[in-house]
Design a protein around this ligand. Structure first.
Ligand code: MN
Length: 237
């Protein structure tokens, strides 16, 4: 089965280049899937043609989303936007819902999914959330640094066989107001939303604020199980 995987572009060694962390590739290939990269495109309609040829969609991590997409002014600590990437991924997320394409959204991906479907973001957790946890542990990408609490009865709780698993955490933004087609499936102890999922019974979509692709080699099987569940949803769709 083929899965469309979003990527960024940035200047590397003097030229604009498409870039994706290889841990996404390894995690998807490990789940028996064939990852196909869709870069930021000049015309989002091009990405929608690609979506018609695959079995699933992965929205990956990266830049902060331009706050104009959720009618907010930029916070001083919000990073510079990538307009083509935002437009490409918002179009993909909306089309995936319309077409019921199984979707796994990771870090920026869960924020993007929420914004695309009508939600908003916390632009900087550390300066906005009272008594925040440290969610910016990018120096230890493969360490589980804070626990989350899963919401009973959700798709995610059925996949992750633990009520309070610990996760890695490499983000300074988070979901604020949840888009109507989505529901919360996990929170951290400071209230930060750590996972969302589709409220539509016939659309498998899960978004996580942590980076499961960095944890598929972990002693705990939770993150491998998440990729396997995604592959299973693609087989059934
Ligand atoms: Mn976190």
């Amino acid at each position: 089965m083929l899965v469309l995987v979003t990527a960024t572009s940035e200047e590397i060694r003097g030229a604009m280049r498409v870039r994706l962390n290889e841990t996404y590739v390894a995690a998807l290939e490990g789940a028996g899937l064939v990852p196909l990269i869709v870069p930021p495109l000049a015309d989002p309609a091009t990405a929608l043609r690609a979506l018609a040829s695959v079995d699933g969609l992965v929205l990956t991590g990266g830049e902060d989303i331009a706050p104009s997409h959720y009618d907010a002014e930029p916070h001083p600590l919000t990073g510079p936007p990538h307009a083509r990437r935002d437009a490409t991924e918002i179009a993909l997320a909306r089309a995936a819902r319309e077409r019921r394409v199984p979707t796994l959204a990771i870090c920026r991906g869960v924020q993007l999914l929420n914004v695309a479907l009508g939600g908003t973001l916390v632009q900087d957790i550390a300066s906005t959330v009272p008594l925040p946890l440290d969610h910016e542990r990018g120096a230890v990408r493969r360490e589980r640094t804070h626990p989350i609490e899963l919401v009973a009865g959700t798709r995610l709780a059925a996949i992750v066989d633990h009520a309070t698993p610990s996760v890695n955490s490499i983000h300074h933004q988070a979901v604020d107001r949840v888009a109507p087609p989505l529901r919360v499936s996990a929170r951290a102890s400071d209230g930060t939303i750590e996972a969302l999922e589709s409220a539509d019974r016939d659309w498998w979509a899960i978004g996580v604020q942590w980076h499961p692709e960095e944890l598929v080699g972990d002693v705990q099987r939770w993150d491998r199980d998440l990729f396997q569940a995604f592959a299973g949803a693609m087989r059934r769709a």
